[in-house]
Structure formats: structure tokens, C-alpha cells
Write a protein that binds this ligand. Structure first.
Ligand code: FES
Length: 186
């Protein structure tokens, strides 16, 4: 292998081109380092919520239990603070869930279709009772318990834990990956 010949000294007696090129490279590297340092918080802003969610869901208080009719699905927004290492956004809508009351217990289903993430709707009988759920995008259907009955969804609707505290329904809000058969939290 032959090595590159040394460049001739510049006619003006300045630094050799290699030094200028090294200086230019060093300047670019330095600029990248500064840019990376400046971009650090932005990257962490993207990553931080994922890390937070991996620690578990968050209990979010929703409507009063009395506001739910027996067996009638009701869609509720999940509103809570969105936090990362640097900022807190107050009262952000993080998503929504379907709540269905049976006695004094409440079942919660993620409103996100496990296929590609579209919003699922409740299918109601004339008396308002829930007959299941359906996704309008690619026609996945689910029974009242969230079990998949047809369509391309690779799994049942994702069920979330609930509890009743001070007369309100609280939901352990989490998000799950779409497009796979397993229920895997994101
Ligand atoms: S996103 Fe629901 S069926 Fe495709």
C-alpha cells in the first residue's frame, strides 16, 4: 500500500493544506459536538416518556361511577400531567378508554385498535347496552368483553385495570404496541 505524498507548502507561506483540512475537520467535529450537546434535551424529551411508562402505568381519575349506566360503554378522555425530566405539561389529553360498568365494578378497554392504532367505537343495541366494539378502519370487531371476533386485529382489545376511589373511576393508563399478537407495553 502506498502512502499519500506530503502536499507542497502553500505559496503564501501559510499552514500546509493538511493542517487547514485538519482545522476544518476539527471545526466541523466541534460544531457537531456543540449541536449534539444542544440537542441533548430534545432527544431526552422523546425518550423520557418511554422510560417513565416502562416503570408502570399511571392511575388517572376519570368520571364518577354514578355517571356510568349499567352495561353501557362510555368513552372517557384520559387527562393527566405529561412529565419528562425537564418539564411538566398540565392537564394534557393522553388518550381515551371505553368504560363499561357491571354492578359496582368497571371494565376499561383501550380505545386504540391493536391492529394499526385507529380508534375503536362501541356498538350499541337500541337500548344503549353495549354489543361490542368495532374499528372502522379495517373492520376489526370485538365482543362486549373485548375479545376479537373478526378482522385483522392480531389480539383482543387491551384491558386496563380500574379502581373506584372517592366515587370516581380511576384507570391505570398504559399504551401497548400495535400490530403484534402479544400485549406489550410501549
Ligand atoms: S386499525 Fe383497526 S382494524 Fe385496522
Amino acid at each position: 500500500m502506498t502512502s499519500e505524498p506530503e502536499p507542497p507548502p502553500p505559496p503564501d507561506g501559510g499552514e500546509p493544506r493538511t493542517s487547514r483540512r485538519s482545522l476544518a475537520i476539527a471545526t466541523v467535529v466541534g460544531a457537531c459536538a456543540v449541536a449534539a450537546a444542544a440537542a441533548g434535551p430534545a432527544v431526552a424529551l422523546v425518550l423520557s416518556p418511554l422510560e417513565t411508562r416502562k416503570e408502570g402505568g399511571r392511575w388517572v381519575r376519570t368520571i364518577k361511577l354514578d355517571q356510568l349506566e349499567q352495561g353501557q360503554p362510555r368513552r372517557v378522555a384520559i387527562v393527566s400531567d405529561r412529565k419528562d425530566a425537564w418539564t411538566v405539561e398540565r392537564n394534557v389529553e393522553l388518550g381515551s378508554v371505553w368504560l363499561v360498568r357491571h354492578g359496582d365494578e368497571v371494565r376499561a378497554f383501550s380505545a386504540v385498535c391493536p391492529h394499526l392504532g385507529c380508534s375503536v367505537n362501541a356498538v350499541l343495541a337500541p337500548d344503549g347496552k353495549g354489543e361490542g366494539f368495532a374499528c372502522p378502519c379495517h373492520t376489526s370487531s370485538f365482543d362486549p368483553a373485548g375479545k376479537r371476533t373478526s378482522g385483522p386485529s392480531p389480539r383482543d382489545l387491551d384491558v386496563l385495570d380500574t379502581k373506584v376511589e372517592d366515587g370516581h373511576v380511576a384507570v391505570d393508563f398504559r399504551r401497548f404496541r400495535t400490530g403484534i399478537a402479544e400485549k406489550v407495553e410501549t
